[in-house]
Ligand binder design. Structure first.
Ligand SMILES: [Zn+2]
Ligand SMILES: [Zn+2]
Length: 148
């Protein structure tokens, strides 16, 4: 119980730091993303509503947008996959994605800041980010095991 309280106040501090009001749905979404990084919108809704059945789908969409606008949540969308959300922000980390089952894992950025790659020709653009996705086969798929 003490641990739950400490974590909740951590989320409260995060929300206050970006001038967002502390609400139950916002805390619930942050908790869901901490425990389950890289989940899609439907999974966020399922997890939040399991604990807070009165929170509407629309409210959760709104929370995700507000948290994203405030920089507390990052949205990633590997090519051909549904958008995923995560609360690990600000470190420019990258992702490894399984072509077979869509599993996603974090890969630390070797440089730690954006952009971490210098374009060979930037065409005069001011480049502020290089997004790296490593594609491959996850261990489960490589050994032919079924996931879930
Ligand atoms: Zn896989
Ligand atoms: Zn990530």
């Amino acid at each position: 119980m003490a641990i739950v309280g400490a974590v909740t106040s951590d989320f409260e501090a995060q929300l206050r730091a970006v001038s967002l009001r502390v609400t139950r749905p916002r805390l619930a979404v942050l908790a869901a993303l901490r425990d389950h990084p890289h989940i899609d919108t439907d999974t966020v809704i399922k997890l939040v509503r399991a604990d807070h059945p009165t929170v509407s789908h629309q409210a959760i969409y709104d929370v995700l947008r507000a948290l994203r606008d405030a920089g507390l949540v990052r949205r990633i969308q590997p090519a051909g996959a549904t958008a995923r959300y995560e609360s690990r922000v600000g470190d420019n980390h990258h992702h490894v994605v399984c072509r077979s089952c869509g599993a996603v894992a974090d890969v630390d950025c070797p440089v730690g800041h954006a952009p971490c790659l210098t374009a060979s020709d930037d065409h005069g653009f001011v480049v502020d980010e290089a997004e790296v996705v490593y594609w491959g086969t996850c261990p489960d798929c490589a050994t032919g095991r079924t996931t879930q």
